[in-house]
Write a protein that binds this ligand. Structure first.
Ligand SMILES: Cc1cc2nc3c(=O)[nH]c(=O)nc-3n(C[C@H](O)[C@H](O)[C@H](O)COP(=O)(O)O)c2cc1C
Length: 175
């Protein structure tokens, strides 16, 4: 069983998890910005990782195209956000990004990444300021929103090898 890890990472957190997975599973790792589908043909299992941006998974279009093109593969997706993990976030992110048919074909994980404002692009900095303004005015924040607000005040990095253990177990169980 050959496994590839394909990541999209804006500020390094997803890349960090992709490298951990590649190490734990002796899998090849690809930057999703540069890989094409031909390079993924020879793998049995594809693990896609992307950061969460306003609950959308970075690289989602590419993941969906890959699922259409490479139909015989086992597909695993992990989304990486700053919010603390919970069943609600897992469900919200999975349902917002994939329809019912897609969800049947995917094993999905949410991994906590981190947040570092000064690593954000100019556009993301503006978005983050707007989001903070909106969240501060809102009552009854969701767990996702509370987690985001808490991460503003100082850079946080929650990436941890322990967080990939479920994915590692699952991929090993396929072999
Ligand atoms: C514009 C913007 C929107 C974000 N939206 C979310 C979000 O909806 N939920 C969340 O948990 N984290 C959110 N984050 C935090 C990122 O998902 C987090 O920093 C993640 O670790 C990024 O990984 P990457 O730098 O490897 O792409 C957001 C960050 C930015 C800059």
């Amino acid at each position: 069983m050959k496994t590839a890890v394909i990541y999209r990472s804006k500020s390094g957190f997803v890349k960090n998890y992709a490298l951990m997975l590649s190490d734990a599973l002796t899998a090849d790792v690809f930057n999703g910005e540069k890989v094409d589908f031909n390079e993924l043909e020879n793998y049995d299992t594809l693990i896609f990782g992307g950061g969460l941006y306003a609950v959308g998974i970075n690289g989602l279009k590419f993941i969906k195209q890959a699922m259409e093109t490479l139909r015989d593969k086992k597909i695993i997706v992990f989304a990486c956000g700053a919010s603390p993990p919970s069943d609600e976030i897992h469900e919200e992110v999975f349902e917002r990004n994939f329809d019912e048919e897609e969800r049947k074909k995917i094993k999905f994980y949410y991994l906590r990444g981190g947040f570092q404002y000064d690593r954000c692009t100019f556009k993301d900095k503006i978005l983050m300021r707007l989001l903070k303004f909106k969240l501060n005015k809102k009552e009854n924040l969701t767990p996702d929103e509370k987690g985001m607000l808490a991460a503003y005040s100082k850079p946080v990095d929650f990436t941890n090898k322990k967080n990939i253990s479920e994915i590692v177990c699952y991929v090993k169980s396929l072999q």
